[in-house]
Design a protein around this ligand. Sequence first.
Ligand code: F6R
Length: 369
Amino acid sequence: EKGGWSSFMAKEISEEPEAIAKTILGRVSDGLVHVPELDALGDDVLRGIDRVLIIACGTAAYAGLVGKYAIEQWARVPVDVELAHEFRYRDPVLSTSTLVISVSQSGETMDTLMAVKFAREAGARTLSICNTQGATIPRESDAVIYTHAGPEVAVASTKAFVAQITAMYLFGLQLAQARATLDDETVRGLVAELQEVPEKLTKVLEVGDRIRELAHWMADTRSVLFLGRHVGYPVALEGALKLKELAYIHAEGFAAGELKHGPIALIEPGQVVFVIVPSPRDERSLHAKVVSNIQEIRARGARVIAIAEEGDVAVLPHADEVIRIPLASPFFEPLLAVVPLHIFGMELAAAKGLDVDQPRNLAKSVTVE
Ligand code: F6R
């Protein structure tokens, strides 16, 4: 039931902090990660993996992309992300030391299911990240990490997305523990930060009214671009997908570093561009690079809406609007930065008078290839 909310989507966005908290619950012990369901694979298998392949579709694939960055950095295993339907119909190289992780809210997506079956037959180990108890994909996999986002009714995925990213982080940290690529203190620090995310996200939800105003003045906008780097890149892709499916407007997400390799030609006066700004505390100097991207597009007349950390004043002179997110380590920023974009997609669709729970031509679970 909608329980007083204007739509299931509004209700489910409000449940994003809880979806993260519930996905962590029961999986931390003595400050370290222990996902009991991973016992089905065993530490020997985790230690023996020499490659991880993440397969999924749509929003779930973007969660997988965040997972790639985290698992590679923490567990030092090469990770690739592939759309399930592309993976299945080429001739991929797999071995018994490949772990194929499928990500699916419904657990019934036919493209993903076919890819899992194919991977199993080819001898790979399979792990499912799934939100639906007893669904087909987890039943076809060697092990499953359930996301505990609760039932998701709105067609556009929101709370399941943040829960999927959370499950990816838990997996990445447990893998790092098994492979001893991170010391216990580092893992404990990351786990503690992850546990703080739900509370921070509750604060982020307060930007709802401001975003509704933005969406109202943008109701006639025909195209919106999204830029991000590192784990902000999948967030940009997710923001764009939500606008396409909910508000039926053309939207593209780009890795900010690609801008000068083509997309900057799209920038003309009035073009709305959302930019997910990495933390200025990030030691890789990505912040400076993204701020310079903002200057470049602003100089060409773009209207820039920056999603930036509290206290990041460097963006102020260059952005038309700044949406603030609380301080977090780089890996936890996507969980905070994506929620304003979920709200934006919903509010823009609502401003256009569209049905946000049931967009045209879409089904909640795509059970045909
Ligand atoms: C986007 C959306 C879809 C799904 C995709 C995979 O908002 O909902 O892109 O993410 O169809 O669905 P699952 O996760 O059920 O496999």
